[in-house]
Ligand binder design. Structure first.
Ligand code: NAD
Length: 484
């Protein structure tokens, strides 16, 4: 057994007897780099979820009674525990998800940053005073919801477990995490780190399928606030189920993000940004903010594509535990097959596969795929419209700005966009017209803590990563006070 296998096996069985993880059945944990089973996770049932909610309600009451300062100090302690095992958790994520180790180390560091950022904002979950008359005024106060259900996607497991717990916990809620059934290990381990530090039930995890454990969380009347990260179809199902209980729901959904390239750019820099914007090193292109649609001015399209293809072909694909590996396997077989299918769809629709889209030579096992670039892409093609969530880039061309805007906005998504130009005027004019919740001008991928992130159109409801997220885990109560 390799070090990696030992680590993952230990993680997969990590749950205390007093946690709600009492499920009698389990789901297999597959290492996508080897296709081998390396452990199991509990397949929690509706009954398990109900037990978790009960404990969260109790723990949440105690947690909410603490001063914000005390809560934040405890969360900073949790951050220190996390930092002590960050490398180990990064390795767990790499084994579980197939994401390159350098990316998962980055995620572990970023997770700690999110915890520190929101802990620093603790005192901001406050109300207002509204003057009225000399003897009558209004005040507002912000109260936690009680229990928050946090359902997350598979692509950045630890980062989501930590980063997406931070704001609701700081606001005084108990959090029940429901990680993806494909990558649950680091979430289980993160929750274990809180044992003996946070009151019992304040941070817990339920694992298993979305249809059972995830849906049970959404349907439980004791969870008034649901925050979901995942695909659009699941987001719709969550909204529908939550409607029954009129729950407050926020959604971080998919993207089909344009990177607009004007003819005046520094071409090598723009081509390099197109590759790093795909987030291959962090998640093999399985990223909601991947720059999967290149919208390139016709006059530079050929040179840009040549440079892009050269860079894509030079990427190092292989065992994601390798320090210098830039592209790992896709995270699970069903998704691997879906992405392979998109390669065929693109070809059959008439696009030109310039490079990639194949199993790499020498990697006979594992869900590996060479990153692909398509040209001659018509905007009506499925590969131009649908989120592939993998290492596939489509290059489309434009000649005037109105046409570019129409192309950029002509999809159901509106998560992120990138605009590359040396002209401030072109950058601002394009940015104003793009339907996207986040726009990078001459940049890509990186997002400092505190910058709100969220989608327009079908890409979601609400924003995360900023003060607004913290306030979104509070209910504002207005009080009118009469001085008698
Ligand atoms: P998914 O929608 O398949 O699953 C997401 C989570 O929902 C998982 O934990 C799953 O178990 C759970 N789930 C499934 N069915 C459910 C149900 N009926 N009720 C409640 N929960 C249910 O998504 P995925 O494949 O894990 O992730 C990929 C998607 O997530 C992509 O579309 C990607 O763009 C999106 N994503 C968005 C962001 C963002 O910030 N906008 C970030 C990461 C991923």
């Amino acid at each position: 057994m390799t070090l990696a296998q030992q680590d993952a096996s230990a993680a997969s069985s990590t749950h205390r007897d007093d946690t709600p993880q009492q499920a009698s059945s389990t789901l297999p944990v597959i290492n996508p780099a080897t296709e081998e089973q390396i452990g199991t996770i509990p397949a929690n049932t509706t009954t398990d979820v109900a037990a978790a909610v009960e404990r969260a309600r109790e723990g949440g009451r105690e947690w909410a009674s603490y001063s914000w300062r005390r809560r934040c100090d405890l969360l900073l302690d949790l951050g220190r525990r996390l930092a002590d095992v960050a490398d180990d958790l990064a390795l767990t994520d790499t084994i579980d998800s197939g994401n390159p180790i350098s990316g998962m180390r980055h995620d572990a560091a970023r997770a700690g940053e999110e915890l520190r950022y929101f802990s620093g904002l603790g005192g901001e979950a406050k109300g207002d005073t509204i003057p009225w008359t000399a003897s009558q005024f209004g005040v507002t106060m912000r109260e936690p919801y009680g229990v928050v259900g946090r359902i997350t996607a598979y692509n950045h497991p630890l980062l989501y477990a930590v980063g997406k717990s931070a704001a609701p916990l700081v606001a005084g809620n108990a959090v029940i995490l429901k990680p993806s059934e494909h990558t649950s290990l680091s979430t289980i381990r993160f929750v274990d780190l809180a044992a003996g530090l946070l009151p019992e039930g304040v941070l817990s995890v339920v694992t298993g399928t979305g249809a059972e454990a995830g849906n049970a969380l959404v349907e439980h009347p004791g969870v008034p606030r649901i925050a979901f990260t995942g695909g659009v179809p699941t987001g719709r199902a969550v909204l529908r189920a939550a409607a029954e209980h009129i729950k407050h729901v926020s959604l971080e959904l998919g993207g089909k993000n344009p990177m607009v390239v004007f003819p005046d750019v520094d071409l090598p820099a723009a081509a390099a940004a197109a590759v790093s914007g795909m987030n291959l090193r962090r998640s093999t292109g399985q990223s909601c903010q991947s720059t999967s649609r290149m919208l390139v001015h016709t006059s530079i399209a050929q040179e840009f594509t040549d440079r892009l293809v050269t860079l894509v072909d030079a990427l190092r694909i292989g065992d994601p535990q390798g320090d210098d590996v830039e592209v790992g396997p896709l995270s699970f077989n069903e998704h691997y097959q879906r992405v392979l299918d998109y390669v065929e769809v693109g070809k059959s629709e008439g696009a030109t596969l310039v490079t990639g889209g194949k199993r790499p030579v020498g990697l006979d096992r594992g869900y590996y795929l060479t990153p692909a670039v398509f040209t001659d892409v018509d905007p009506r093609m499925r590969i131009a419209q649908e989120e592939i969530f993998g290492p596939i880039i489509s290059v489309l061309t434009w000649t005037d700005v109105d046409q570019m805007v129409e192309l950029a906005n002509g999809v159901e998504y509106g998560l992120t966009a990138n605009v590359w130009t040396r002209s401030l005027t072109s950058a601002f004019q394009a940015t104003q017209r793009l339907d996207a919740g986040m726009v990078w001008v001459n940049g890509e991928a990186t997002r400092p803590a505190g910058v709100p992130f969220g989608g327009f159109k079908h890409s979601g409801i609400g924003q995360e990563g900023s003060l607004g997220e913290l306030l979104g885990y509070t209910r504002e109560k207005s009080v009118i006070i009469n001085l008698v």
